[in-house]
Write a protein that binds this ligand. Structure first.
Ligand code: CU
Length: 355
């Protein structure tokens, strides 16, 4: 177990996508996100209900998601909700809901234009149920449409039985930093429970890898089962409000704990002409696209006070973490179009065209 972080680190270079961003996901949708290899994603969702006067009692519904990327578009994750009302049905003894899941990003990636498809088999310990979700996202420019089909082997809150659920969501990005979203999810017939809904305004916190959302919903957890059932407090039509904060933990950031300070590393640049320079400043790559010839190299220099990476989306090995004032090189030996991003800041993207 002790070696696990180091094994994770070895996948970092080949990782194709970034961290989870609420600018591409409605609150109750599982989505198609898979963290980069070596990235542990921690999403903290907190919903609460304020009961009417005179008591104004606050009931809290915290829900945590933790998922680690293993490269190859595979993540292992878990969700834990301490007051899931999924647990109020027949036979439920606790409201602590734990779900573990594996997610395979089969096609595309969260936030990339086009279709993305992910398969998420899961096990819900509270319901003792084998669950699963097939999620499809379609992104074009400022718009993302989300759909999901869910299978549940043993639905809580009903007599032991299988259930199917469907869900859909929409995300509209108003600016680079702000999105509005809504979703609806429900068991397919026979519908004995109300549908789950949510609406939110989501923010990317500038200069950080974090996203934040303010939301309203009637669901108390976002497991596969929890996101399929609307449980407004004790069966009323009341709304519960909440927020979510997403925290990608880039394990390479912790490498100084084990290996001393990271050093800038030159990758394959020996003997190659540096034909293009890209500065990283203000949490952006200075040039969106650079064009070079086969056999030439690009140099990226970090002018920011924070660490960045140059992580290629599909093809080449990526850079190590580039500390402030350090640079990295990469020589391109094959013609093509190489898209890349920064793993800690997945909204930083760039392209190298090799002719
Ligand atoms: Cu960065």
């Amino acid at each position: 177990m002790k070696r696990a972080p180091f094994i994770l680190l070895t996948f970092v270079a080949a990782a194709p996508v970034g961290a989870q961003s609420l600018l591409y996901r409605a609150p109750n949708m599982g989505g198609v996100w898979v963290p980069d290899g070596g990235v542990v994603q921690f999403n903290f969702l907190h919903r609460f209900y304020v009961s009417p006067a005179p008591s104004h009692t606050v009931v809290n519904y915290p829900s945590f998601t933790l998922a680690a990327g293993f490269g190859h578009q595979i993540a292992l994750g878990g969700r834990f909700a301490t007051k899931s009302l999924v647990g109020t049905g027949a036979g439920a003894e606790t409201t602590n809901e734990t779900e573990i899941y594996v997610r395979w990003g089969a096609i595309g990636a969260e936030g990339k234009d086009g279709f993305a498809v992910a398969l998420t088999p899961a096990y819900n310990f509270l319901a003792k149920s084998v669950d699963g979700e097939l999620a499809v996202d379609w992104t074009r420019g400022a718009l993302t449409l989300q759909g999901a089909v869910r299978g549940i082997s043993r639905a809580l809150g009903t007599p032991e039985k299988q259930q199917m659920a469907v869900a859909g969501g929409v995300v509209a990005r108003l600016t680079r930093y702000i999105a509005v979203t809504a979703d609806l999810g429900s068991f397919v017939a026979p519908v004995e429970q109300r549908a789950a809904w949510s609406a939110a305004i989501n923010f990317l916190i500038p200069g950080s890898p974090h996203t934040f959302s303010l939301q309203a919903s009637n669901a108390t957890s976002v497991s596969i089962q929890g996101a399929s059932v609307g449980y407004a407090p004790t069966g009323s039509n009341e709304i519960i409000y909440g927020f979510e904060f997403t925290i990608p933990l880039h394990l390479k950031r912790f490498s100084p704990w084990f290996h001393g300070s990271p050093k800038p590393v030159a990758l394959g640049a020996v003997g190659a002409t540096v034909a293009a320079e890209v500065d990283m400043a203000a949490v952006k790559y200075g040039k969106d696209t650079v064009t070079i010839s086969v056999g030439q190299a690009v140099r990226w220099t970090n002018r920011d006070p924070v660490e960045h990476t140059v992580t290629f989306d599909r093809t080449e090995p990526g850079s190590p973490v580039i500390p402030p004032n350090a640079c990295t090189f990469h020589r391109f030996d094959k013609a093509g179009t190489y898209t890349y991003h920064c793993t800690p800041h997945p909204f930083m993207t760039g392209v190298v065209v090799v002719k």
